[in-house]
Design a protein around this ligand. Structure first.
Ligand SMILES: C[S@@+](CC[C@H](N)C(=O)[O-])C[C@H]1O[C@@H](n2cnc3c(N)ncnc32)[C@H](O)[C@@H]1O
Length: 313
């Protein structure tokens, strides 16, 4: 019998192997991207084949532990997005519901390539006809409602979709939550939400959308790569059961402290309305350069702010 509502220190493959078949409703994974990021204990620089074989192993375990109507969301960078999407569908037999682009600001400035401002989020399901999709939990106001005052508008709003947005601040009418590219600012060093011990912390609002749409209260949410514990924190706040694995003892201690500070039902950090937390340059507050930086963080996060080969900005 698996104990849930905990973060477990250790390798996720070994941890996943302790779980029963079909025991998880939603798995969200934000694995190391194999780009040389400076984690506490994990070495993020495997040979290509080694990385792909390792990924195949843990993703196979995720598939096994998912319920038949379960969902798997994978966050991944450009480097392996194409290969892993093929692996998920052709080799592991998942069905892809959506290929979501998470567009973010505060990426590193490059000089010989375009600045990275997105990560890929693959929404995979085991059964293309039978899966949880709580549309009403994640609707956003539609342009018909906001701009045109159209009486035919669905009063519940519409589902987010996918559109290219360059910089929300530069759009004539700002960024709309109903555009097809999801915009959440990265959890920058100055944000209240920032835990400070992990450079790859994802925003709670982003995980909130995934947990709400792909699981119900009381169901099991799994994250094989705990990191700063965002998935587990959000699952706890949204009254889900949760289980996470994390290799680093130091991160596990910090995740546990984060979870201990949460009461189910607590508000998610960050603004559900992206514009509120992304002030235009003109009106935005000045940011001190001396504020908190995560311990051990020589490079920036794999979602956008890391110094990568060829990223010399
Ligand atoms: C990109 S971070 C996850 C960040 C997380 N999504 C967040 O919002 O904080 C990936 C994490 O996976 C951990 N990790 C790497 N290999 C692992 C393994 N085999 N088992 C468990 N955790 C692992 C790393 O230590 C790192 O903290």
């Amino acid at each position: 019998m698996t104990d849930f509502d905990q973060i477990r220190q250790g390798d996720c493959i070994a941890g996943l192997q302790t779980l029963a078949d079909g025991s998880v409703d939603l798995a969200f994974a934000d694995p190391p991207f194999n780009i040389g990021y400076d984690y506490d204990v994990y070495q993020d620089n495997l040979q290509n084949d080694e990385y792909l074989n390792w990924t195949r192993q843990w993703m196979s375990e995720v598939k096994r532990v998912l319920k038949d109507d379960g969902s798997f969301w994978l966050a991944i960078g450009d480097e392996y997005a194409a290969e892993l999407k093929v692996m998920l569908q052709r080799e592991l037999g998942f069905a892809c519901r959506s290929w979501v682009i998470w567009y973010y600001t505060f990426g590193v400035n490059c000089t010989k390539k375009f600045n990275r401002s997105h990560a890929h989020l693959f929404h995979m399901v085991k059964d293309a006809k039978n899966f949880t999709f709580n549309a009403d939990q994640i609707r956003v106001p539609s342009a018909r409602q906001l701009v045109y005052g159209d009486k035919r508008a669905n009063s519940k709003g519409r589902l987010p979709d996918d559109t290219w947005v360059l910089r929300p601040q530069d759009l004539p009418q700002g960024f709309n939550a109903d555009d097809d590219t999801w915009y959440f600012p990265r959890v920058a060093g100055t944000f209240k939400e920032r835990q400070g011990f992990h450079g790859c912390q994802m925003p709670e609002q982003l995980l909130g959308r995934i947990v709400r749409v792909s699981s119900n209260e009381g169901e099991i949410v799994l994250d094989p790569f705990g990191g700063s514990g965002t998935t587990l924190a959000v699952a706890k706040k949204l009254n889900r059961r949760y289980l996470g694995f994390e290799l680093s003892p130091e991160y596990v201690t910090a995740i546990q402290a984060r979870l201990d500070g949460i009461t189910p039902g607590d508000e998610l950090e960050g603004s559900p309305e992206p514009q509120v937390s992304a002030p235009s340059t003109k009106n935005g507050r000045r940011v001190s350069q001396t504020k908190t930086r995560p311990k051990k963080q020589k490079t920036e996060s794999h979602t956008g702010q890391q110094s990568l080969p060829g990223m010399d900005g």
